[in-house]
Write a protein that binds this ligand. Structure first.
Ligand code: SF4
Length: 169
């Protein structure tokens, strides 16, 4: 399952469609309905043995409490139904509270996907937070989290980032 926690974002990448999309955030009613949905689906489809939940945005870290609640609800429901659970998040990695990652790991988060847009110069041309480049903070986050989570790095290819791809690899 891919759950769009919010379509808002703390960055404003020039190629992104999300920040121009004004959608309401998923509310508590939708979040709290998720365990019931899983229970029904698992009841109707006995072949289901594992639930994967991917927290998606916009930037899901803008709603950290909602992310943790989702992971907690789904992990607990899966345990009650004897299903395996694997939590994931697709994030720009910026702005997490100090204890977010530790709590998320406790609630079943296993996979973290982040995106690089090229060399430091090219990446920072696309992705800035409050006017500052995000390449160094992102790589530092990856290095901190790699002992706890399975990290996956997505490389956005476009004309500018393609030129520095070999150097990056
Ligand atoms: S970090 Fe992702 S969601 Fe946010 S503006 Fe950039 S591409 Fe869009």
């Amino acid at each position: 399952m891919v759950f769009t926690v919010t379509t808002k974002c703390n960055l404003n990448c020039s190629y992104c469609f999300q920040n121009n999309t004004q959608r309401q955030d998923a509310g508590e009613d939708i979040i709290s309905a998720l365990p019931g949905f899983i229970r029904r689906e698992a009841g109707e489809r006995p072949a289901i043995k594992k639930v994967r939940l991917s927290l998606f945005g916009g930037e899901p870290l803008l709603r950290q409490a909602a992310c943790l609640t989702l992971l907690d609800y789904v992990q607990r429901e899966c345990a009650a139904l004897a299903l395996q659970f694997e939590g994931g998040i697709v994030t720009n990695g910026l702005g997490a509270d100090p204890d977010f990652w530790q709590t998320a790991a406790k609630f079943g988060l296993k996979k973290v996907q982040v995106t690089i847009d090229g060399s430091e110069k090219v990446h920072d041309g696309f992705r800035q937070l409050n006017g500052a480049g995000t390449y160094k903070p992102l790589l530092s986050l990856c290095s901190r989290l790699s002992g706890t989570f399975q990290m996956s790095l997505k490389y956005n290819l476009n004309r500018r980032s393609a030129e520095c791809f070999e150097g990056f690899v």
